[in-house]
Design a protein around this ligand. Structure first.
Ligand code: GLN
Length: 281
């Protein structure tokens, strides 16, 4: 692969490699040490040559992208629900589909009374931070087992000036130990991919711990469903993201556990991606 001479040629090179136009622009801005907001600058300078260091960085980034490294790990950034998040390989790259869960949670959160909300497996903090940004009056706790991920989430909260409460450990256990309960809402995008799912190789750069959950992908969801019910306030909601073919099983698990008002939400592709239910009394 020959080194690109100009910005226009660099973008052509990325397109030839199959990168979407926006991704190519964001990656090139990163190689040039510029902000993601400067796409207009790129367009205005398409004849500008890359210097040797920029060209070397660009070649390295293109190679990593070709190897399947998520764009967000290369640029260190991902926008989620309008929030600029910093992401590292310690956390799942937040997906636009997960915004569905946030929108649903915003519809169901009590309008008054400083609702108490818990995000399980917060990762980059995406869900908890999006909810806190939309509902500053809510009291939001974010729990995470991976210390490296927790640090990423805390850094994001600090940069965004959003005050969350933090818990470190396994699903509902840290909250229980801290004597916290009576949640108005518990939300989670847990790992839900089956251990031997054929799509896993494509996700190999993301933390395994955030992706897979036993033979059918439902181990963690089963655990959360069982332990969340007594932790919820009467009327409180549990909202879960899950795989595109898991909604019936998740609905069944919720009903069997004694939750009521089981409901679903579709993701951007039209798949039923979220299922939730409430503690009736
Ligand atoms: N939605 C992600 C994917 O299928 C997986 C995220 C998860 O397991 N929570 O790529």
């Amino acid at each position: 692969m020959s080194a690109p001479a100009t910005i226009a040629q660099a973008l052509q090179q990325a397109a030839a490699q199959g990168l979407a136009r926006l991704d190519a622009q964001l990656l090139l801005l990163h190689a040039l040490g510029r902000q993601a907001s400067q796409r207009a600058w790129l367009l205005a300078h398409d004849e500008q040559p890359l210097d040797a260091a920029q060209a070397a960085h660009w070649a390295q980034l293109l190679q990593a992208r070709a190897d399947g490294v998520p764009l967000a790990y290369l640029t260190g950034q991902r926008e989620f629900f309008g929030l600029p998040l910093r992401v590292t390989p310690a956390v799942l790259d937040p997906r636009p589909d997960t915004e569905t869960l946030v929108e649903w949670a915003l519809q169901l959160l009590p309008q008054q009374g400083q609702p108490r909300l818990l995000d399980l497996g917060t990762g980059s903090g995406a869900i908890a931070l999006a909810l806190k940004s939309q509902r500053p009056d809510a009291q939001v706790w974010a729990c995470e087992q991976s210390l490296a991920a927790l640090q990423v989430a805390q850094g994001n909260a600090q940069r965004l000036g959003l005050a969350l409460h933090w818990l470190h450990g396994h699903w509902l256990e840290p909250a229980r130990q801290a004597g916290l309960g009576d949640w108005d809402m518990i939300v989670s995008n847990p790992p839900y991919i089956a251990e031997h799912d054929p799509h896993l190789p494509a996700l190999r750069h993301e933390p395994r711990q955030a992706l897979t959950s036993g033979a059918d992908g439902l181990d963690d969801i089963r655990h959360i469903i069982a332990h969340a019910l007594p932790a919820l306030a009467p009327g409180g909601w549990l909202l879960l993201e899950h795989g595109w073919q898991q909604h019936q099983q998740v609905a069944q698990l919720l009903a069997q556990a004694g939750y009521g008002e089981v409901a679903h939400r579709r993701d951007l592709a039209g798949h039923i991606r979220c299922t939730g239910a409430r503690r009736l009394r």
